[in-house]
Design a protein around this ligand. Structure first.
Ligand code: GLP
Length: 242
């Protein structure tokens, strides 16, 4: 695992966007795995600037979603599909048919999970997977004690994650869904390069457990230690407990 400490979130965003640009120059039809949450926004802003200036061509890339709420209509502004359309696909000019994600509205949720695993495999797997981290060490929506070998499946959110995410739902925890579909930890580990960005002091404990703790399901992000090509980018505040 490579750990890179940057001065602030903007520097982390620029560093990771440049890594994505480098990948796209080598592999124009790369599959980019994208994450939601506030943390990756500086990455998407920096990548958008590179695309708009002509520094990199993203027109042949494909985009893969990490996780999704179950039961929110697809056009709900906080479904991750909507969030990614707004924050990633539209700014980067990526066509809807270059996007793949799990169907959080499906009646047959296990079927939707299996279909998404098939779609990822048929796309040739994910070349670079962006990850944020929850305050409890979760990646995607793999909450603590998720199996390190897990595949895409339905999960129940912890109270802490619903509290953390209530800010996207007018601060009202009652509006935060209880269930989600997430790529499993085993699924995530199959991406060829994992890039986790963590910023702010609220992530310092989770970052320390990820980088210096034992590989343990109680901190799902610690599974990155098992990956041959994992990069953890942290700002000074998130690195404070390393
Ligand atoms: C959610 C997402 C994760 C994300 C986490 C942290 O739980 N499912 O993918 O990493 O939030 O979000 P933030 O970056 O806003 O702290």
């Amino acid at each position: 695992m490579e750990v890179v400490i940057v001065p602030d979130a903007a520097a982390g965003g620029e560093l990771i966007a440049e890594a994505m640009a480098g990948l796209l120059r080598r592999t124009p039809d790369a599959v980019l795995g994208v994450a939601t949450g506030s943390t990756p926004l500086p990455i998407y802003q920096a990548l958008t600037a590179k695309v708009r200036s002509g520094a990199v061509d993203i027109s042949r890339a494909r985009i893969a979603q990490l996780d999704e709420y179950v039961g929110l209509p697809a056009d709900h502004p906080e479904s991750y599909r909507s969030v990614l359309r707004r924050e990633v696909l539209e700014p980067l000019g990526i066509a809807p048919d270059a996007f793949m994600g799990p169907d959080g509205t499906a009646e047959d949720v296990p079927g939707a999970c299996a279909a998404y695993e098939r779609a990822l495999a048929e796309a040739g797997g994910v070349d670079l997977q962006l990850l944020g981290i929850g305050t409890d060490g979760h990646i995607g929506f793999n909450e603590p004690c998720s199996s390190l070998a897990s595949r895409t499946r339905i999960k129940t959110l912890t109270e802490q994650t619903r509290i953390d995410n209530a800010r996207f739902f007018d601060g009202d925890i009652a509006q935060v869904p209880h269930h989600v579909i997430t790529q499993g930890i085993g699924t995530i580990l199959e991406a060829r390069h994992l890039v986790l960005l963590a910023t702010g002091e609220g992530k310092a404990d989770a970052v320390a457990a990820t980088v210096e703790g034992p590989v343990a399901a109680v901190c799902p992000a610690s599974a990155l230690q098992l990956h041959p090509h994992a990069t953890v980018v942290v700002d000074e505040a998130a690195a404070a407990k390393l």
